[in-house]
Design a protein around this ligand. Sequence first.
Ligand SMILES: O=C(O)CCC(=O)C(=O)O
Ligand SMILES: [Fe+2]
Length: 224
Amino acid sequence: MAGKGGFEERPGLPRGLFLQDDFISPEHEEQLVHTFLNELKWPQKTNSRLSLHYGYTFDYKTFGVDPDIPYKEFPDWLIPLIPTTEARPPDQVCLQYYPPGTGIPPHVDAHQAWDQLYALSIGSPTLMQFRNGDERVDIDLVPRGMMKMTGDARLHWTHGIKKRKTDILADGTVRLRENRWSITYRWIREGDCECGNVILCDIAQQRLGIEKEKRSAVKPDTRK
Ligand SMILES: O=C(O)CCC(=O)C(=O)O
Ligand SMILES: [Fe+2]
């Protein structure tokens, strides 16, 4: 059943990154794709990543909760997909559609606003790159897999998906990207982040008096 543990921290991956294959069944995935294609009202933009928000709305200016948009109850299709492995349901859920060739720039989700993160992949597999200084780790995000980012993977590594139409796998295979959707789950952080990472942590940077615009070469979050 969805959400009942089963997370693995695999060797060679950033510490604190957990993956669970088959969080949902292929039949469930097919139903979801049908819902996404036929029942949801998406923003009208072509060839770019599209987002729909549930619970609190993500604010692309502050990268925290948008204070002007009222809380939206989770729709029926989303309820069975809510992870049950945390003490409470997530506060913010974002469904994103990635047409082939699109991605998401390397970023860390704002430390001040959010605690741990989960992301469920649906549709086409894609490579997500984690970076920490000069280190690069490519993770294959397989359909129906749930990823959980905590600790180092969440705070000290950026993650991003390159804008490209194909991925080259470790064995040299060239894999075509097709439609992909992801559901990102965020929990509001209680208290301040104490990780002290002056390159990636918005709290550490604020404490040093670094202005938002000048905070780092790798922007903590560059998703506008
Ligand atoms: O598409 C994904 O799997 C993750 C997206 C992501 O990093 C985010 O929404 O912050
Ligand atoms: Fe992210």
